[in-house]
Design a protein around this ligand. Sequence first.
Ligand code: MG
Length: 166
Amino acid sequence: MTQFRVGIGHDIHRLGASRPLILGGVGVPSDSGLHGHSDADVVLHAVCDALLGAAGMGDIGELFPDSDPQWKNMPSRIFVREVLGRIRLNGWRVENVDVMVHAERPKLGPRKQEMRAAIAQLLEIDAECVGVKAGTNEGQDAVGRGEAIACSAVALLRREAGGAIS
Ligand code: MG
């Protein structure tokens, strides 16, 4: 019997840091980056939480607490790979991931396909199994004022009966 589980993730980080802007594992030209303990990749953080949520395995804050110095400035692709390894140990495979980035600036349209390819490569799935959309917040709230970037993500996992390794 095949099991399916869906999970949701959401994250927001403040813009204005003197560091590169990394979204979905991709460097995006910007006059500032995101504040955060790791590389602050809000897209990959949302993806991690969607995967963990679908597998019923907690959240990114439990696995990689920002109080732990070992995660300081850590590339978030490391988190994705760790999460992927953990859910695989429980027999889960990633069916698809869909991402919605909320950003007033910079404009992300030119980078969407690059993010899609990067996320697919990290998750070892086809690019057609990854959706990356981007939108503004119409000038409303912190995202709309260009003070923050947020991301929502959903993930669908599949497990075959007897698929758990642990
Ligand atoms: Mg985060």
